[in-house]
Design a protein around this ligand. Sequence first.
Ligand SMILES: Cc1ncc(COP(=O)(O)O)c(C=O)c1O
Length: 344
Amino acid sequence: MSALYERPPSPSSGLRLHLNENTAGCSPRVLAAMRAVTREQAGFYPDYETAHERVARHFGVVSGEVLLTNGLDEGIHGAGYGWLQRGEAGGEREAVIVEPAFDMYAAATTAASGRAVRIAPRPGFDFPLEEVLGAMTPATRVVYLTSPNNPTGLSIPHEAIARIADALPREGVVFLDEAYVDFGGRTVLGTPAMRPNVMVGRTFAKAYGLAAVRLGAVIGSRTVIDRVREVTPPYSVNVFALAALAAALDDEEYVAWYGGEVRQSRELTYAFCERHGLEYWRSDANFVLFRVGPHAPALAADVAARGIHVRDRSSQPGCEGCLRLTTGIVAHTEAALAALEASW
Ligand SMILES: Cc1ncc(COP(=O)(O)O)c(C=O)c1O
């Protein structure tokens, strides 16, 4: 299987509900903060110290336990380079990936010359704990987990995360991708499941609407974070992203408002699925996956012709015949569901 990230086409027009983006964009206060960046600030290498202290407070850790990254994607690569490429010489190093999974885990594994060990989904996407434990070997260096998962929206029980962390070889790390946790999942941060060999990945792309600004973070014990730091360029987060960060964290109302839209949009989508007798999964994220059947590609194309982009996920394991719809702004969800209805 290819380990390339499948970059979806970027439509030139229409409503983008195919990439789990925040279609409201960022808070106006964030934009004002980026506009206030001075010529001198743009001319100097960025100073991260204050930003690291601010983001550490937000995540309830100390500054050395968090590293800002150029989007969470960079953190995913950091886990790959830090654990799959480095370490004792010789032997194959493996990353365990639980399908259906975000493409970047396999891409990062291949980039770091690791071998991807893929775990097939269970029917209904129950978390395959026994299968993950069974796939781990002395060569396992990274276990990529996503909670809530993309594309199912399902969260992983904390006990399962802890069991995996406890079973890892001494040299390994659990990379727990919490890109969508702001929408209703339960973070592992500050809980007993946050073992010293667990690294949490977060992004400001989704709830904060900063996907184009590229801002993410990895959080974990000092030892773990230092290891990512060693393989991350010193200035990969730019001055606009740093200005955006403080303003974004200060505007809690904005994130709460978007979260409210997401919750309503999910309910509208579930109601649509129930009206049509479709299988769907109750999501902790800002998207919903539902199974429309073999005409999923044709339906997605038809809806796109009506100016709404949804993602056909049929090619992902377990997702045959499934569409994934971003469930953010209520008016956007209503437009998408109307287009789906018209194309049915
Ligand atoms: C599970 C998951 N992790 C990470 C990312 C990437 O986050 P970022 O935009 O911060 O690189 C995405 C983006 O869609 C995602 O779905």
